[in-house]
Design a protein around this ligand. Structure first.
Ligand SMILES: [Zn+2]
Length: 254
């Protein structure tokens, strides 16, 4: 067995000089599944190309920041990309009211149309939510969802929200922030929903675990997230990595 990084952007410029080494470290330390994520149409094509190069899988979608520049034909483009056997999820899509780089109403429209596309093709969603849990929940709970619905990536709310999204069928994507000393609310949420509802992720190059804060994150650092989860659940590293890898394969296929 081994471990999974269900959210990385290995095609981003921060990896330009050493992506081969980054992937090698991931594979040599037990990395078995990686989902490489696009944030707009062009970026999704690049994400898929890198996924194929390294034997990984890809997610294609329009990030909330990119909503206002999604382009006229983004749905047709995403639909075409979904037909590729290495595209196993739609995203990242969602709502980000923290930075509001795109207007809220546009974010909601673009999110809704991607949910509908995912339901139509029954492909799981990779959902990004920041400072928008109310609206995102309202939209998702009123929509027809794919089965399984997918993941709330970089989940960062309390245990009540955790339970609500798990009840809709979503997994919670847990990464570096679970290791930050001040995030006890997040550790409590994770313990409340249990390991069966957790996917491990990095969001590389962002959100590094505590010991690498201020530096670039990379997929092999999922190990430090697994270590923290093992500590929280009183389990071994191997048990946690195997269970969370199985969860990833259950949602995104092998
Ligand atoms: Zn991301």
């Amino acid at each position: 067995m081994g471990y999974a990084d269900t959210h990385a952007h290995i095609h981003f410029p921060k990896f330009r000089n050493d992506v081969d080494d980054v992937v090698k470290r991931f594979k040599e330390t037990g990395g078995r599944f990686l989902l490489n994520i696009g944030v707009n149409v062009e970026d999704s094509k690049t994400a898929l190309r890198y996924a194929k190069r390294y034997g990984f899988k890809a997610a294609v979608g329009i990030h909330p920041h990119d909503s206002k520049n999604s382009g006229e034909h983004f749905l047709e483009e995403l639909q075409r990309l979904i037909e590729d056997e290495d595209v196993v999820a739609l995203g990242e899509c969602g709502l980000d009211y923290y930075r509001n780089i795109s207007p809220k109403d546009i974010q909601r429209d673009i999110f809704q149309s991607q949910i509908d596309l995912a339901a139509m093709f029954n492909i799981p969603l990779v959902v990004h939510i920041r400072d928008a849990y109310e609206d995102a929940y309202e939209i998702l709970s009123k929509s027809q969802l794919p089965d399984p619905p997918g993941v709330i990536h970089a989940f960062s709310a309390d245990k009540e929200w955790a339970l609500k999204f798990v009840k809709l069928g979503f997994f919670l994507g847990i990464g570096g922030p679970v290791t930050y000393p001040k995030n006890s609310y997040l550790r409590e949420a994770v313990k409340t929903v249990g390991l069966k509802n957790i996917l491990t992720e990095t969001d590389s190059p962002y959100l590094p675990p505590q010991r690498f804060r201020g530096r670039r994150n990379e997929p092999s650092y999922v190990r430090f997230v697994i270590e923290k989860l093992a500590e929280l659940f009183g389990m071994t590293y191997e048990e946690v990595s195997n269970i969370t890898l199985e969860n990833a394969l259950e949602v995104f296929g092998g």
